[in-house]
Design a protein around this ligand. Structure first.
Ligand code: ZN
Length: 174
């Protein structure tokens, strides 16, 4: 799986388009399992913690994420179809972000401290996840992707050397 980046004008145009809702019944179960597994592999190979379908060339409203749990530090994997942020709250908190589609660039992005993400799993079963801290940031970053928005649109300053390791290692604790 190739990850699209803004270094390529055609790729950037695609990344800037809004994705379309996924009609799960149009896919075989094995097909969806393979898609999730391929995206998970591509994400971990690239050392990412989130990957949206349009980042690998699919115009579909779907993402995967793998984020350390804020309490236990264990990594939790998510694959969510047709995700929406249905609730947001708390203060706007700035965390440093990077993006597999914007290699070598980092910037602080203000995002809601707490969000509720609603969507479904690959069987169509509703999923509703209350997230805060790092996970809330990742969910907002991925939902932005699916709406054609990149983190560089939301940061005041872009730089080439990460100032903190927060987003990589995870910091959901306070
Ligand atoms: Zn990204």
């Amino acid at each position: 799986m190739r990850i699209l980046t803004v270094a390529d004008k055609k790729d950037e145009k695609f990344l800037r388009q809004k994705t379309k809702p996924v009609n799960l019944s149009a896919f075989a179960k094995a097909e969806l399992r393979a898609l999730i597994s391929d995206m998970r592999t591509a994400m971990s190979k690239a050392e990412g913690i989130g990957l949206s379908a349009n980042q690998v060339g699919l115009p579909s409203k779907f993402f995967v994420a793998e984020v350390p749990d804020s309490k236990k530090g264990a990594v939790k994997f998510y694959s969510i179809f047709n995700p929406e942020i249905t609730k947001q709250g708390g203060e706007l908190v700035e965390l440093e972000e990077g993006c597999l589609s914007v290699p070598g660039k980092y910037g602080k992005v203000p995002r809601y401290e707490r969000v509720t993400l609603s969507g479904t799993d690959q069987t169509g079963k509703p999923a509703k996840i209350k997230a805060w801290g790092l996970l809330a940031h990742v969910f907002q970053h991925e939902v932005d992707h699916l709406n054609g928005i990149l983190f560089v649109d939301k940061t005041k300053e872009l730089y080439e050397v990460p100032k903190t390791e927060r987003l990589k290692k995870g910091d959901g604790s306070k």
